[in-house]
Design a protein around this ligand. Sequence first.
Ligand SMILES: N[C@@H](CCC(=O)N[C@@H](CS)C(=O)NCC(=O)O)C(=O)O
Length: 238
Amino acid sequence: MQRLGVTARVARMAPRITLYTIGPSQNAIRTELALREKGLDFDRVEVDLFKGEHRQPPFSDLTPRQQVPTLVYDGGDGEIVVYESIATIRFIDDMHPEPPLMPPVSEPRRRAEALMRIEEFQAKLDPRNIFGSVAFGGQSREQLGTRVDDLVGELDRWEVYTTGRTFLAGDQFTLADIAVFPLLMHFEALGFDYASRTPALAAYMSQCKARPSVVASGWLEAFTAFAEARAPQKVLAG
Ligand SMILES: N[C@@H](CCC(=O)N[C@@H](CS)C(=O)NCC(=O)O)C(=O)O
């Protein structure tokens, strides 16, 4: 019989996690990085967007937006489907608090920075992404027009955010880095010379590239091969 004050050992089952993804995707890699940072086991299912697999069952039945990443998480109470990359990484961090991927409330300054950078990523930086217009729309530097200047101006702001620190919220790698870093790789692929134009961002990206979760994912290689094939124009060079 269990005595008062003695905690019964409860065998907690590991969650069953499936990540629907595609190799070079900057959106899908966010979810994978969060899972890897937490040391969680997961099944990785490639959805070939180029063959239209996302528009066909069974994947199309899973998520109304028919996009990757889509995470299916079963912690023992049935399957929960989570999509939108930022929602997936927040969900993973909420469900598996260790190791933390957000600064704690006891570090309010750092926490505020991480929260702001995630919001700014969604509201300011990601909407200025021109990679799709080049890789899928075939747009030239001339066709992109002021969108290039607009993006470069935004990157100047992120240069300030990374000056004098290792990661976006200080020394700790956080959800903000998982949100932002994959997108920054797109501008490198389009010829943006971080080293000469935004040296703090260049140093920051080197730290992110060397992160064990990033290395283990193989994403840098998959993305680079994809970008070389689909977006050979260096519209951000010079
Ligand atoms: N805001 C979404 C964007 C997801 C997204 O655009 N995923 C792309 C792959 S990178 C996709 O599934 N595209 C297929 C489609 O939209 O039909 C997120 O952050 O997850």
